[in-house]
Each structure stands twice: as C-alpha cells, then as structure tokens.
Design a binder for this molecule. Structure first.
Ligand code: A2P
Ligand code: 11C
Length: 353
C-alpha cells in the first residue's frame, strides 16, 4: 500500500525537516501535500526530486489524505487535525495540544511503540527535551527500576522555531559589532518582557504555572510519566526539571540525575546497557575526552549519552549527560519514525468512533 501524505507547517524549522526525514524513510509515499499559512501559499519546496507548491491549510486540504505530520503550533493542530481525522486521515502531531488526552498515544518508538495500537486518529509526538531523556532512561527503568529523576536542560534556540534561530544570529552579530541587541521572541513571544539569548542564558522556556514551574518543566514531568509508566500523574516515579535556554543554535543538552531501585548497579553496567540500547549512542570515555556535544549531534537521528558516573553520596544515584538534535529526534525524526511504525503495524486507517 502507498499513502497520500500531508505535512502541516511545512515551511517551519520542524516541518522542513519532516519533509527531508520523510524522503529518506521507509514510508511508501504516493502523493505529498505541503501545507502552511496563507503567507507561504504559492511558494515551492522540494520533496525528493519533486518541486511541490505550498498550499494554505484548510479543512478540505485533508480530503483524500491518509497520513498527516503536523508541526504548525497547538492552535492550528486543535483547529485542523480533528478535520483531518473526520476525513479519514491518521495524524502525528508535534504540538502539545493533544499530549495529555487519555485517548491519544504519546509515543517514542524506542520506548512505547505498542501504545500506537489504540490510536483514534491522532498520535502525539512528545516534547523534544522529554524524547531524548526517555530514550536514555527507558533501558535503565526496565532493567533496574527508577525512583527519581532530576533534570536540568540546556536547550537550543532552534526549539523555539525558525524565528528564534534567526534572532540568535542577529543578536550575536549585533553584540560583536558593539551594538545593543534587540529581543522580540524569547523567552515567550506573547510575554510582557523579552531578553536577548546571545551571550546569555534564559531560565524560562514557555509560560509559568501556579507552582512557579515553566510549562516546559511541567511537560518533562508529565510526559515522562505518561510515556514510561502510562500515567501522567503517577507518583511511582518522581520527575522534576529545570529548563534553561542556551545560545546554541541546534541540539539540546541535559544533565540527568536519576536514582535506580536496584542500588547495587554500577556505572559500568549502565554503560554496557546503554551501549546496546535502541536509538542510543554511548559516548563516554573521560580519559579520551569523549562525551556528547550538541555540535556533533546536529543532523543525527540518535540520542547521545555520556558522563555516566555514580553520585558520591547517594547509593543508586547516578548522573548522565544526554544530547540530541532537538529538531530531528526531538521532533521531525521521532514523528516520521512513528509514521514508519504505523505503516509497519498496519495502523494507517480511519477509526470508528
Ligand atoms: P508559515 O511559514 O506560512 O507561517 P516554526 O515552528 O518554525 O515557527 O514554523 C511554524 C509553521 O507553522 C510554519 O510552517 C508556518 O507557516 C505554520 N503555520 C503558522 N500558522 C499557520 C496557520 N494558521 N495555518 C497553517 N500553518 C501555519
Ligand atoms: C523548546 N521544547 O525547546 C521546546 C519546543 O511542546 O513541542 C517544543 C515545544 C513542544 O522550546
């Protein structure tokens, strides 16, 4: 079987990469439709050797479409994906709009591919910082059990979209030219205040909740629990996060502290486990200064793990450093990989509600 595929948000930082990842994937594509806002309609983008005219996304854009990959923001997904499902399409959505819906599987193919079987037309792609962390933690969780995770993130500008990437470049040049940089995008476009990211760190990603966590931090807690344990509210695993934007274009880094239930496990055993874990590349040789870095992860589909060491005081406590291309494994590649799983499991079909 071949599929009529649409990419919603095709002109964005993630959408662009969805086109490239789809082109290399095992998904048999019969036709491709590239959708964006009215602003981009009429422009062209390449899919393989084909030049495709971008169309404005409307409900009728999804007539005859089998499979949709969406990355045009939560409000566009909320408005258009139910329309696509009504027309018989299966949608993989990169926004946070549906992730906590109990009827929507939240999937990282290395971790919980079996959750796809119960989809009702929409599958959610997790947040980028959650994805790379669970790829690294899942083998440890399955083998040794996990009690607690405390993560501090070092998140690249590209996570906030093409406009944030562009602004980082402009600000960096302005500072090098001796000018005062302007800031309009970060930490949150709609917020009252904006701060330059160039030559700076911003400890705010997304808006704050009533407990003074940012929504990005909230997502890491609840998405990790839903993916690993099937319940976003479970107390069986403690997860807390501090998320920081750093002036790196692409590639999120994470300092992950975790406590295993089995307190006899050694760093050598964790390294051996991760060396053969799906989607993981172990880069851990302090003597040779081998460890993961964002610039080496750019353009790669894998999650890189290193700096594994035992906590000095807490039995069963460990530290690790986890890096991935947030726009690929954290977004476009994970979404296309979900598409490959849907095709392999013959799950690209309209649902009966
Ligand atoms: P456009 O380029 O036409 O604005 P990013 O995450 O890099 O900012 O990209 C956002 C993506 O979402 C872009 O492809 C953008 O298209 C698309 N988009 C924004 N608003 C809409 C909309 N109302 N309908 C369809 N696509 C949209
Ligand atoms: C960032 N993690 O780096 C965000 C981007 O929920 O999919 C992705 C937000 C999301 O800014």
């Amino acid at each position: 079987r071949e599929y009529n595929v649409a990419i919603l948000g095709a002109t964005g930082a993630v959408g662009n990469r969805m086109i490239a990842q789809l082109a290399q994937s095992s998904i048999p594509v019969k036709t491709i439709k590239l959708l964006a806002s009215k602003r981009s309609a009429g422009q062209t983008l390449a899919f393989r050797d084909q030049s495709v005219v971008i169309e404005e996304a409307t409900p009728s854009s999804f007539d005859g479409i089998d499979l949709v990959f969406a990355s045009a923001g939560g409000s566009v997904s909320k408005q258009l994906l139910p329309e696509a499902v009504k027309r018989g399409a299966v949608c993989v959505d990169n926004s946070s709009a549906f992730r906590m819906d109990p009827t929507v599987p939240l999937v990282v193919p290395e971790v919980n591919p079996n959750d796809l079987a119960n989809h009702q037309g929409i599958i959610a792609n997790p947040n980028c910082s959650t994805i790379q962390m669970v790829v690294a933690l899942n083998p440890i969780y399955r083998q040794y059990g996990l009690k607690r995770v405390i993560v501090s993130t070092y998140q690249a500008a590209g996570g906030a979209g093409q406009s944030a990437l562009d602004e980082l470049n402009i600000q960096s040049q302005a500072i090098l030219d001796g000018q005062t940089p302007e800031a309009h995008i970060l930490p949150v476009k709609s917020a009252a205040k904006h701060y330059p990211l160039a030559f700076n760190l911003i400890p705010q990603i997304d808006v704050f909740d009533e407990q003074d966590y940012t929504y990005e931090e909230w997502k890491m807690t609840h998405e990790t629990k839903k993916i690993l344990l099937g319940d976003p509210e479970t107390k069986a695993l403690a997860v807390s996060a501090t998320c920081v934007r750093v002036p790196v274009p692409i590639g999120h880094g994470e300092s992950v502290y975790f406590e295993t239930k089995d307190t006899n496990v050694t760093p050598a055993e964790l390294k051996a486990l991760l060396a053969s874990a799906p989607g993981v590349v172990l880069q851990d040789d302090p003597a040779q200064q081998i460890y993961p870095m964002p610039m080496n992860a750019v353009g790669q589909q894998e999650t890189y793990v290193g700096r594994i060491r035992a906590d000095l005081d807490q039995p069963g406590g460990f530290h690790a450093w986890v890096v991935a291309d947030n726009l690929l494994k954290g977004a476009a590649w994970n979404a296309i990989q979900i598409g490959e799983c849907l095709v392999e499991q013959d799950l690209v079909h309209a649902t009966i509600n």
